[in-house]
Write a protein that binds this ligand. Sequence first.
Ligand SMILES: [Fe+2]
Length: 917
Amino acid sequence: MPSMELLGRSFLQAAGSASTAAPRGGRERAGGGLCFASLGGRQGRPSRRTVRSKVPVGALAERVVLTPAPAERVARPEAHPQSVAARAVVTVRRKRKVEVKEQVAEQMDAYADRVGRSVLLELISTETDPRKGGPKKSKKSRLVGWFEKREVKAELVVYTAEFTVDAAFGEPGAVTVLNRHQREFFIESILVEGFPSGPAHFTCNSWVQPTRVDPAPRVFFTNKPYLPSKTPPGLRELRRRELKELRGSGTGVRKTTDRAYDYDVYNDLGNPDKGAGFERPVLGGDKLPYPRRMRTARPSTVTDEGAESRVEYPEPIYVSRDEEFEEGKNEMLSEGAIKALLHNFMPLLVSSVSPDSRDFAGFHDVDNLFKEGLRLKQALHDQLFQKIPFVRKIQESSEGLLRYDTPDIIKKDKFAWLRDDEFARQALAGINPVNIERLQVFPPVSKLDPAVYGPPESAITEEHIIGNLDGMSVQQALEENKLYMLDYHDIFMPFLDRINSLDGRKAYGTRTLFFLTAGGTLKPIAIELCLPPMTDDCKRAKRVFTPPADATNIWLWQLAKAHVCSNDAGVHQLINHWLRTHACMEPFIIAAHRQMSAMHPIFKLLKPHMRYTLKINALARQILINGDGVIESGFTPGRYCMEMSSFAYDNLWRLDQEGLPADLIRRGMAVEDASQPHGLRLLIEDYPYATDGLLLWSAIARWCEAYVTAYYPSDEAVQDDYELQSWYTEAVQVGHPDKCDAPWWPRLTTAGDLASVLTTLVWLCSAQHAALNFGQYPLGGYIPNRPPLMRRLVPAESDPEYEHLVADPHRFYLSALPSLTQTTTFMTVIDTLSTHSADEQYLGERPNEEWTADPAALAAAREFAAEVRRAEEEIERRNADPARRNRCGAGVLPYELMAPSSGPGITCRGVPNSVTI
Ligand SMILES: [Fe+2]
């Protein structure tokens, strides 16, 4: 068999598996059963004690053959060993695709390694050396195999380093790595074998910079969790020093090789040097409160000292080195970027040849995006090819990428989106199921200042809705919890003057009332479209539409629904999705890295829920939420998008109401009820987001509680944990400083408080984000279903536009929606945003069990994973239950956004552990 190697064999002390063999001199070549033993011998002659482990722990991705240990090699333990022979097995992850330049550098490192510029490892004991004061340390040992394995073609390559330490060394608690190569490399894990205490695992997943970049050795800690007060003496100073390093100095421009985590305001969204149209206000501070973001500290712009200069995609934007995407994730995004380029390039070409095609001429044009892709009509083809010959080449070589996937919303029922029941169903089971609320007062009332915005009462009267209440009075319907509402009045109203003065942007502040039918579905019964009194004559400031009975009114009603969807799409993207998951989590992630050691049990719990978030948020600042970026161009509020997000943060966001039960109660969708499984009763029983969400919420809550209880036997233990307290305090006071004085912040004084805060954070990073993120293309990819942007108001009979509507309602309707270019740009972006990459890690999953050495934590994690799987089975059952009409029925999409598992791609399901996209 070719290139067989035995690497990382371990014959270790393991419970109940001891056996013996004759002593042997010298170390053996791998392949014959390498042993790690206590080296004893009074005459200095080495003898071995080897005990074989049940599981070969060091074998990884290289081709590895595991053979049983020959019996004669298993040695009898020495009674009083004087030294320990240990080995570190270091697993390094190599890039799958290496450019020629990198290949050359790699080879140079391999040759330099051979002549002495090698990687050095050092073991650090958990014990201190009483003579020297610091921790006991091994001699530095060279990592072996770099030269020999320079041609190995594997993603994971294993190298080893050998150590001999005093028998009184104690247990290894840390390993330092000094990289004397020219290039950084990525260590996935280190396994130290040979100590009587058993194998020690070090989960690293980290880039180690060469000494020319960082002269200090990197420290990796054991996977044994330690509260700060229980840190073994040998590791205390290292623990403190490592955190200091991660906090950084708070000064200087960040380099891509840095590891520091720090905070800053959002002062890099605009680009004032490009001109006045590109200035954007700073988010964060008294004027526009906002959570803080990762500090990048680039120089300020020339025009405005308060604005940080931008770095444009694909130039790298700083995040701590280990926050960068792994290779698979980068590939997925670059494919998305190519798609974006092609998808936007073609419509631009089309419009350059034929200016009339900026709008959709009819619904067939929208459909053609999915049938034909952007392949062009023959006449246009010929015209284009004449003008720009390379178009044919692009078209031929990238046909697959040019065609848009058919969004799920039109796969099963092409016309569902037109119907009122589907419009209402999406408020409960669509991609923004978190704004529907129970109507508790009629008519609905605004909280805005009447002096500025006029009378607070809605213009919807009893007469508008009484015919749609199944014979009930309004009062009865209220009392029986039959009336529900989507209320976007107050969030849009303060911005409408500015939005509506933008070119090609038109919005209302909308209110939509729904009636809960006997079948458990909602039906819309009134839509109110409001404009600020000063922008229009007062009588048109509030218009009420009701379900229509004639053709013209049907189209007016459709336009009103489109405006509701556009409001809904804006609130979904800017507030529920971006602000409440991506942006509000960032300070908790930054603070966790700055204040809690990798050994801290709570850091270990949170680790998978922080994966990729800082990087995706940095990318969002580069291309999505920046001035003139995708969000501004795609959503009606345009350049005011982020100010709206700030307005919502200032007025609405509070962490204590971000957990699912609290949120459902706040919106009146549930009432507390101790007799019910989750302690609350839903007022709409078939509310797929809530019912499935509660399954996952409960699983997360139980897991966090079990985990916290294992480490904090008392409330004092929580209060005395200074790393934990520093994390939370800093996340609130430095990460959310604009709201830090609010009285509602959850306290962190009891174990119950801690479990509750962790449950909320894990929920937001995983299930809540997934529910809001992965349906974007499947439901929003068909623009008429959910136009993110509106270009026309709804015409009144006296308007000249009214005639156009009557003359050609399809064309008029489509002309109110985004243009072809706006549509394709938006579709391309949400296509990427809805995609799971191949390296996604889903709720309940960890890549391996080496993340902790605590068997109780592992057992609890397995129980959590099992509960998540049970939730998935239950979700499957629900989707097949015809009584649940909001997720099952003729052409109805199942609700799978909370189904935890998924394959890669756009699947409209799958709950990753963290905000990864
Ligand atoms: Fe997202």
